[in-house]
Write a protein that binds this ligand. Structure first.
Ligand SMILES: *Cc1c(COP(=O)(O)O)cnc(C)c1O
Length: 444
């Protein structure tokens, strides 16, 4: 089966060496590189259902699911058939197409947005949503939370300035100070900090953007009522509330993270962003919201936004097939599988004496190697990364591919059946013991 002549050096290692010669770090997105856990990333040759197969022929039960998109598992036959039929008709025309309309209708029917515009990545979605919020309000200040990731938008790659409610500083070289000087970065779940920022800048705030249920510092759910509080304070100050559901949309629940709070509490975001699941494994993302706001976009309104491959017929076909197959049963299955894995991970870690906290938002969850719940980035940052790295490698050696970073959600799919879940459960006790040995915690 292996297609490479690799002798004694594993094919993944050979490919990684070649990749590093032609691509920075050998990867096209940093977290794939294993820098946080050490070792060589596995190069995946193919994937079916819950299983990844690497170029050496090793199989892994997948807990990454492409960082969320593969809600139905890999190579789902019906999604594949839809995509193959679409490819046979041509792959891009630069004209409007039917699948775009159908996917937009599907998204509008499942979320509180009235209109959507498609783009090709989550980064583009949040960047465009912020531009639209600024164009709509005629204001410039953007508020975000530390630990929330919204893609690599210059204005959002920002770290808190010194002092409460001061403007941010660039979070990475290459971002000019002028790009973050209108961004305010606050601690997550901190209502007093939000109130202070609005007291200081209220009439200058164009928008507040937040992950609907943060998953990019590991899963740190909003405290009860926090999103509703954000929606209300934005409304009171004439700012737009942007709920970033690129990760949680069509994933945390059928209606995304909004289905966990807003739906019952009776508020809706002004703008939302989507990606990941809605592309069904292809590059597709979207931003949407109230018609009154969306109508400010070109070509009907003055706020410019565009994209050569936006609404690409293959990507929208894959997304549409995925969402149409994502029934209540799919979410129930994933929720049940998640419960089983969470309970077993917690039990194994408890038996090995490893301090840990399991946190979830709908079907998404994370295991923090800490002894106290994480409510913000500072809390999440106390996770024991050495223990996680040992845990990760022990799981990998037993055929389970976890996210190669302690600050990520674990993702399951409707294809995670008894065999896949069984493989994960069987690996946990040894991995927990490996974590215990590597743990930097004093009490064990
Ligand atoms: C993944 C993600 C993004 C960025 O999406 P890309 O497609 O990687 O650009 C934005 N926001 C959130 C919440 C995400 O999880």
């Amino acid at each position: 089966m292996p297609t490479l002549d690799h002798g004694s050096v594993p094919a993944s290692e050979q490919l990684f060496a070649r990749a590093k010669a032609v691509t920075p770090g050998g990867v096209n997105s940093p977290v794939r590189a294993f820098n946080a856990v050490g070792g060589t990333p596995r190069f995946i040759r193919e994937a079916h259902g819950a299983w990844l197969t690497d170029v050496d022929g090793n199989r892994y039960a997948d807990l990454i699911c492409s960082w969320g998109p593969m809600l139905l598992g890999h190579a789902h036959p019906e999604v594949q058939a839809a995509v193959q039929a679409a490819v046979a008709r041509g792959t891009s025309y630069g004209t409007p197409t039917e699948p775009e309309v159908e996917l937009a209708e599907e998204i509008v029917s499942r979320t509180p947005v009235e209109e959507v515009r498609f783009v090709s990545s989550g980064t583009e979605a949040t960047m465009s949503a912020i531009r639209l919020a600024r164009g709509f309000t005629g204001r410039e200040v953007v508020i975000k939370f530390a630990g929330c990731y919204h893609g690599h938008v210059d204005a959002l790659l920002a770290s808190a300035g010194s002092g409460l409610a001061t403007f941010a500083v660039p979070g990475t070289p290459g971002v000019p100070a002028s790009s973050t000087e209108l961004t305010v970065v606050l601690p997550y779940n901190d209502r007093a900090a939000v109130e202070a920022a609005f007291a200081e800048y209220g009439d200058r705030v164009a928008c507040l953007i937040t992950e609907a249920a943060p998953g990019n510092m590991g899963v740190v759910p909003p405290e009860e009522g926090f999103n509703g509080f954000l929606a209300e304070i934005c409304r009171r100050h004439g700012a737009l509330f942007i709920s970033d559901e690129v990760m949680t949309g069509f994933r945390a629940t059928r209606e995304g993270a909004w289905g966990l709070d807003g739906k019952h509490e009776g508020w809706t975001p002004d703008l939302m962003t989507f990606g990941k699941v809605m592309g069904g494994g292809f590059p597709a993302a979207a931003f949407g919201g109230r018609a009154e706001i969306m109508q400010r976009l070109s070509p009907v309104g003055p706020v410019y936004q565009a994209g050569t491959l936006s609404g690409n017929p293959i990507a929208t076909t894959a997304g549409l097939a995925t969402l149409r197959l994502a029934t209540d049963e799919v979410y129930t299955h994933i929720a049940n599988a998640a419960e089983t894995v969470k309970a077993a991970a917690s039990q194994a870690l408890t038996q090995a004496g490893v301090p840990h906290v399991v946190q979830n938002a709908g079907t998404m969850f994370s295991v923090f190697f800490t002894d106290a719940p994480a409510t913000d980035f500072a809390g999440a940052s106390t996770t024991d990364v050495a223990a996680y790295a040992a845990f990760f490698h022990a799981m990998l050696a037993r055929g389970v591919y976890l996210p190669p970073s302690a600050f990520e959600a674990w993702f399951l799919s409707s294809a995670h059946d008894e065999e896949a879940v069984g493989t994960i459960l069987a690996a946990l006790p040894e991995a927990a013991r490996a974590a215990a040995q590597a743990s930097t915690a004093v009490a064990r």
